[in-house]
Design a protein around this ligand. Structure first.
Ligand code: 48F
Length: 260
């Protein structure tokens, strides 16, 4: 005998329990692209309660499509140890250029985050930040992506955390919310504002990404392409070592802050 209402109850009760269990966490990450996924693994591995909200149904952000939908990605020597850690298969194409399958990479980065203990919620968009009395970022406000897409007038809900990472990629959405909504807010960039991403230069973009990955506003960190977009770094296309290293770096910065 199979009772459909038991299936329904199992889904609703189990999901609701997960949701409630993650209302107060150490770190919230907006965006499950490569930078967000890597950050989630290293943070969760160190015992920090970590939750990741992804707007779309799928994970991996821009990594899943490789370059012009040829879904292969490239890394160089510096990014290679991270892919090795996840046991992602690499082929040397030329000295210091390795190719990996984008689908395998996204699947393993996602599994890595989950196995380390991070919780991923998909189909949810971060639409605002929660602040404390000192105007520090201490959480996010989220809604179903379907509500956002349909432009329905439905109020969102709030999740609290010690730190938030904006890993939303080129659009740097969480940081934009801070600038728009917190009066006189200044970012940790040379202009105090979002400087915007520069055109393609993969070599400089990859290098500078480790400098631009930082606490950009009290309580709010940037990683991945969002970091270069904030501080005026170059874009770099379908080479991904920088994204992986940026995810790892932001996790180190937050671990230093929260765990000492
Ligand atoms: O864009 P994305 O892959 O960001 P990333 O980790 O990596 C950038 C590379 O893919 C590529 C590149 C490599 O050289 O330049 O572009 O920095 O992933 C960002 C994820 O965030 C989600 C979005 O759907 C994507 O999966 N996202 C964006 N805005 C929101 C969001 C939001 N407001 N709430 C939740 N998720």
């Amino acid at each position: 005998m199979l009772d459909e209402t038991i299936i329904t109850r199992a889904i609703i009760e189990s999901y609701t329990k997960d949701f409630v269990d993650h209302l107060k966490v150490d770190v919230i990450i907006a965006g499950a692209g490569p930078a967000g996924l890597v950050a989630a693994k290293y943070l969760a591995q160190s015992g920090l309660k970590t939750v990741l909200f992804e707007r779309k149904l799928s994970f991996g952000g821009g990594m899943l499509g490789g370059g012009i939908m040829f879904n292969k990605i490239v890394v160089q020597d510096d990014g290679r140890p991270i892919l090795d850690e996840y046991k992602i298969k690499l082929e040397q194409f030329e000295p210091n250029y390795y190719v990996a399958d984008a689908i395998e990479t996204v699947a393993k980065l996602t599994a890595g985050a989950i196995d380390a203990g991070a919780k991923i919620f998909n189909l949810i968009s971060v639409e605002d930040v929660k602040i404390n009395e000192k105007m520090e970022v201490k959480g996010v406000v989220v809604n179903w992506t379907a509500v956002e897409m349909a432009k329905l007038h439905v109020d969102p809900v709030t999740f609290k955390s010690n730190c938030v990472i904006d890993a939303t990629g080129h659009d740097v959405e969480v940081v934009k919310t801070v600038l728009r909504k917190i009066p006189n807010s200044k970012l940790n960039t040379s202009t105090g504002n979002i400087m915007g991403e520069l055109p393609m230069n993969a070599e400089i973009g990859e290098k500078i990404l480790l400098e631009t990955t930082k606490e950009i506003y009290p309580g709010l960190y940037v990683a991945g392409m969002a970091a270069n977009a904030c501080s005026g770094g170059q874009r770099m296309g379908p080479i991904f070592g920088g994204m992986l290293l940026s995810g790892k770096k932001v996790s180190t910065l937050i671990k230093e802050k929260l765990l000492g």
